[in-house]
Ligand binder design. Structure first.
Ligand code: ATP
Length: 305
């Protein structure tokens, strides 16, 4: 069942098109990653999905309701990118306040505040003023506030930008625990390695348009490389291969080629063997998410000038 659905979502600010006819759907229990360069429209898309910005055109459903519907909002947690928490409140007080807003009362609200403080690694810091928290601690507190109402769907806009490597690891663990508990997570992140490690599906947007979407292995299934250790390669065979693979490199007994896809490897090896080569090692490489991202964003720049 799709818990997040966007159909032709478009947002135009004056003459600036922030999002153009975005379609996507996220199944229940998935961690979905949204990637894109600065200004691509990621935050605008999230703001439309959580009901903070009205779309110019198109529609969205989150947890079965339109983003403005209070019944849907009760099921949604949100950590905005540039959030400001009340500095004059203590951490625990702020979370108890958010727990009350989410409908919990009295002891249940303070118990839940304790639980989420612990979940984000701030147990023992709840009596400090939020203004005295470090940036990373404030980000953890923001994440705790997003989770305090036990939402079914969580939108996190750059949740680890202020965190050290250990903090990032903890957030990844929290995201995986949320998935384990059946929650749906929509993650905006610049950190490709983070997305690669936790997301089931990914969309890449550039200049307000989705330029790729799918499972990570599908996105990475495009151009591939292969490194082959071999003996007996003749000049004629090298010339033949170079016509087909202009980026061919030969160093000692190691031949490296850029292929159109991994499925070409079997035919390539068969041709080498038929040409009299002995093969010692075949090592396929796949394109990283970074390769895919850079390729798509650069391609977009060339098309748009
Ligand atoms: N309130 C606004 N008024 C006018 N233009 C806006 C507004 N919010 C965003 N934009 C424009 O819409 C485009 C998309 O911005 P958005 O913040 O959604 O991008 P982003 O992908 O989240 O960027 P970043 O990664 O830098 O946070 C940008 O050109 C931005 O200048």
């Amino acid at each position: 069942m799709a818990l997040i659905e966007a159909r032709n979502l478009t947002k135009i600010y004056g003459r600036q098109v922030a999002c153009r006819e975005i379609c996507l759907s996220v199944e229940e229990g998935q961690i979905f990653g949204l990637l894109g360069p600065n200004g691509a429209g990621k935050s605008t898309l999230v703001k439309m999905l959580v009901g903070l910005v009205y779309p110019t055109a198109g529609e969205a459903k989150v947890a079965g309701y339109t983003p403005q519907d209070i019944r849907g909002r009760r099921r949604v947690g949100f950590l905005p990118e540039n959030f400001r928490l009340h500095g004059w409140m203590k951490g625990e007080e702020l979370l108890t306040f958010h727990a009350r807003l989410a409908g919990l009362e009295g002891r249940a609200a303070s118990r839940r505040a304790h639980e989420v403080l612990e979940l984000v690694g701030l147990a023992g810091e709840g009596q400090k003023l939020v203004a005295d928290y470090s940036k990373g601690m404030q980000q953890r507190l923001g994440l705790a506030a997003a989770l305090v109402g036990d939402p079914r769907v969580v939108f996190l806009d750059e949740p680890t930008s202020a965190l050290d490597p250990l903090g990032r690891l903890q957030v990844r663990e929290i995201l995986l625990a949320l998935k384990e508990a059946g929650k749906t997570v929509f993650l905006n992140s610049h950190l490709l390695s983070e997305v690669e490690q936790v997301c089931d599906r990914v969309a890449i947007i550039n200049r307000g348009t989705v330029v790729a979407a799918g499972r990570l292995d599908e996105l990475q299934a495009g151009p591939a490389t292969v490194a082959i250790r071999l003996a007996g390669l003749t000049r004629e065979l090298v010339a033949e291969l170079r016509r087909r693979y202009p980026e061919l490199q030969l160093e000692g007994d190691r031949l490296t080629l850029a292929l159109g896809g991994r499925e070409e490897i079997a035919d390539l090896v068969a041709r080498l063997v038929a040409g009299g080569c002995r093969i010692y090692e075949v090592r396929p490489g796949h394109s990283s998410l970074e390769d895919v991202f850079v390729h798509l964003v650069r391609e977009g720049e060339q098309v748009c000038g």
